[in-house]
Design a protein around this ligand. Structure first.
Ligand code: FAD
Length: 470
């Protein structure tokens, strides 16, 4: 029985911390908190990928800019230090949705930019000799049944329509050459790389510091005030950071800032990592190129083969917590972690005898229209980037480049993209938010159950796609 395998049994005794933090002690730089008022050219709230990439590209544009990053915990504390390590060209909104807001050619450009972004991150690591366990082995999405195969076909068609000619459908036999799992077929998209996210976030922080950016840790911003005169203000307890430009790069945690509470919903994504697997196990699993893997089910799952031969595997399905609560205790949900181990065992029966060594989680930020955005208002001096849902590793790089162009007034291809200065849609007030989001999570899980038993689309699937705005 899959449920009583060593893999599932070991979950309860696994270390309750991200695997990535075992390699990289993100707390070690122990940067000082802000102790006095400060005046800079640009203040950035949040020391994750978004804040760091923005600082990096701003400095590239203008090395003289004085930039301060204000981070409530430590660099990489948020999703950037604990994600699944897919650096992909995935964007949370569909290309057709972006086209409907702008034009087909804008959406085509955006799709191309996202594919190019994967290589931008890879080149950055090479250029800076940053070891981030990078390998661009593409991604395989498996179709477990006829319905999923139909989705796979439609996905390939749609990707081709949006310029991703390299995406292709794999037969069941071709799938076995990538990974040995049960499936009627799959799709393969080369535009995805694996990374060790904590290595990237820590390295990026060191690089921007070397460029002169100051990073303050243990420095929580309580409020952002628009420009009065020439500067906007970030309030940190009794202190003030004044700057003509202030960027909020706080993703899910924006929901903790009173004025941004309804801009984003934090939904937990949880992960497990196995012990390093033996050579024999890998012969039975495949993933020789460290190709990332997921499937065409409704509930999001994602996996990678790590550089040290573990499987890091994650998924959604944890409940949304009332009032958009974010807490370390939500990182742990034994039921969800065990269910991830069960699913992983179904994917790769060989793994069932191995142990889970780490389990953790963190919130992904979901905007009401499920579409990431880059915003900057020169009049107020305030900007924001984010809303990546679970696709922020690559997207945050493009967001940082775009924000930098907006600030320096560089009217580029990037600043013309349809996610720039999109109108903001707010989430419902509680308890409607709690009811709606949890109903959607349950409906997604029920859709998988229904489909696997009937082979038909769940009748409520159209309601779900309305919820995601597609
Ligand atoms: C478990 C999990 C798996 C994921 N897997 C993938 C994946 O494989 N591929 C992918 O593309 N995406 C993935 N994502 C999403 C991706 O990690 C995020 O979209 C991305 O890291 C967001 O980066 P960020 O810098 O915008 O936000 P974060 O990394 O969350 O950084 C925000 C920072 O702001 C700080 N902060 C918050 N509030 C304040 C305040 N008031 N004052 C000062 N500082 C503050 C926080 O402490 C935090 O460090 C995953 C996310 C999770 C949680």
């Amino acid at each position: 029985m899959a449920n009583s395998t060593p893999l599932v049994e070991s979950v309860s005794s696994a270390r309750q911390s991200p695997l990535w933090w075992a390699d990289v002690d993100l707390t070690k730089p122990d940067r000082p908190p802000l102790l006095t008022d400060l005046a800079v050219d640009v203040a950035i709230v949040g020391g994750g990928f978004s804040g760091l990439w923005s600082a990096y590209y701003l400095k590239k544009h203008d090395p003289k800019l004085e930039i301060a990053i204000l981070e409530a915990g430590f660099v990489g504390f948020g999703a950037s230090g604990r994600n699944g390590g897919w650096c992909s060209s995935l964007f949370p909104a569909s290309w057709s949705k972006l086209a409907s807001r702008s034009s087909e050619s804008s959406a085509l450009t955006m799709a191309r930019l996202m594919r190019e972004t994967v290589d931008v991150v890879g080149r950055f690591a090479t250029e800076h000799q940053l070891d981030i366990d990078w390998q661009k082995g593409g991604t395989v999405l498996v179709a477990h049944d006829q319905l999923q195969l139909e989705r796979a076909r439609e996905h390939v068609e749609s990707e081709h329509q949006w310029g991703n000619d390299a995406m292709r459908l794999l037969s069941s036999g071709e799938l076995q050459k990538v990974c040995h799992t049960r499936g009627l077929g799959a799709t393969f998209d080369p535009s995805c790389a694996v990374i060790q996210p904590a290595k990237l976030v820590a390295g990026l922080a060191r690089i921007v510091e070397n460029m002169g950016v100051r990073i303050f840790e243990k420095t929580r911003v309580n409020e952002l005030l628009p420009k009065q005169g020439s500067t906007a203000t970030a309030v940190v307890g009794g202190l003030a950071v004044r700057a003509p430009v202030i960027l909020r790069a706080t993703e899910s945690y924006s929901s903790l800032l009173p004025k941004a509470k309804r801009e984003i919903v934090p939904v937990y994504s949880l992960m497990i990592a196995t012990e390093p697997l033996s050579k024999e196990s890998w012969q039975n699993i495949g993933l020789t190129d460290r190709t990332t893997f997921a499937d065409y089910g409704n509930l999001v799952i994602y996996g990678q083969r790590t550089a040290d031969d573990r499987i890091a595997f994650g998924g959604r399905g944890a409940p949304y917590h009332f009032g958009s609560s974010i807490s370390a205790k939500h990182d742990q949900d034994l039921t969800v972690h065990r269910s991830l181990a069960t699913t992983l065992g179904h994917w790769f029966p060989d793994v069932m005898k191995s142990r889970v060594e780490y389990r953790w989680g963190g919130p992904v930020g979901i905007p009401r229209d499920w579409s990431a955005a880059v915003r900057y208002d020169q009049q107020t001096g305030l900007g924001s980037v984010g809303g990546y849902v679970g696709d922020g590793v690559g997207t945050s790089n493009l967001a940082g480049r775009t924000f930098a162009d907006l600030v320096v007034g560089n009217n580029s291809e990037l600043t013309a993209m349809p996610w720039v200065n999109q109108p903001l849609h707010k989430w419902e007030v509680e308890p409607f938010r709690w009811l709606g989001v949890n109903a959607a999570i349950t409906a997604v899980q029920a859709a998988d159950w229904f489909e696997s038993r009937t082979g038909r689309d769940a009748p409520w699937a159209p309601v779900l796609s309305k919820l995601t705005g597609d």
